[in-house]
Design a protein around this ligand. Sequence first.
Ligand SMILES: [Zn+2]
Length: 459
Amino acid sequence: MLNTATQMLTIRRVPTVVSNYQEDVSEDPQFQSDSGTLGCGRNCLSKCCLPVSKLPLYAFKKDEDNAIYKHNGSSPGEARPVAEVRPIGLLNNLLLGQWEERMARGLFRYDVTACETKIIPGNYGFIAQLNEGRHLKKRPTEFRVDQVLQPFDENKFNFTKVGQEEVLFRFEQSNDSKSHFFTSSSVNLDSNSPNVVAINVSPIEYGHVLLIPRVLDCLPQRIDHESFLLALHMAKETSEPFFRIGYNSLGAFATINHLHFQAYYLSVSFPVEKAPTQRIMIGKELSDSGVKVSQLLNYPVRGLVFEGGTNLRNLSNAVANACICLQKKNIPFNVLIADCGKRIFLFPQCYAGKQALGEVSEELMETQVNPAVWEISGHMVLKRRKDYDDASVENAWRLLAEVSLSEERFQEVKTLVLEAAELQEAGPEEKSMNEEESLQKPRAPYVASQLSQDCLVLQ
Ligand SMILES: [Zn+2]
């Protein structure tokens, strides 16, 4: 059952499917559409069907400072927006209304509202959910866990293969300073590669959705500045602190190598949101951007907390730079976007690597819990009745402690990550002025060699 270090390391069980099309990847929807008909006939999210489709469109208000999005909003000839400005709750109502409609149509694999959930007594209030329906028994997908960056593979399941009935709406930047909602908008009028919000057919909470940036660009699962900012915009636009957005890198329990974020509503605080933090000394450039970085204290998974920022983009860039750094160093990680995009938790992790090397206890392995962003944040999704009945702070802590980097390794990674965030903010002149800081920069080859200590899985 356990892989050895000499084999190609893969997760043998993919625990869930996020789309009803995931178990059916044999058909190839990428053929040309017949002239005179729209799309391939499957009403999919690929180039055949999506550009000639109409979907609801939520256009969030433009950044004040600048706009990196090329999206132009809807053209004047298009349907008039049903709603202008941003009434509190419009995006939530849209998302939940559409989500419930899909539930009524029976698109989900099970009824998440029937899953038992309880708060485990204790200061942090870990949340345990019994979710026996999530486990996927057939058709496991082989997936490497030892590479955070992997090229997009069009032959594997990806979101272009999803049917449009799983899509709730498009989420694009408006061309003015207001948010708009269009009940139906032609995709090809204003977008070459739309951002879509789709249901996760294996939900773990109410309103569980996927945000898929620029779906037609077929981006692999990796953070880039533009996509991360899009996720922050979504968190901000909901104005709902109970709506969190999560991200799992490859090697940290992402199961699909097509760029996506997950999100859902949970009407209590996540334990990690209650954990004490300590401000970390940060460099001049980063503090100029207004971004503040803290370290989690007294939490089983070591992590960083990003807050502040003179604008959303500064905060977004700091986190994205950190993620990009981790990606380059092949360090798997998870991200939780909380508090309407104002607080972002970053967890470098090493569970899958340990798992593949046979370093995780049999007891933990048997639970088949994959500690992705939700579990790390304290929402324990359990697959066995026994584990649910026995759920305790100690058990949650024991699992999550295995996910965390060691203190020594975390300090190394922290240095890397903070350097990455600072460097991006610094202008060329300032960089040369800060020689003392640059002398402290770890050299890449040295750092890479350290990975084998506890996280990199060697082949
Ligand atoms: Zn199609």
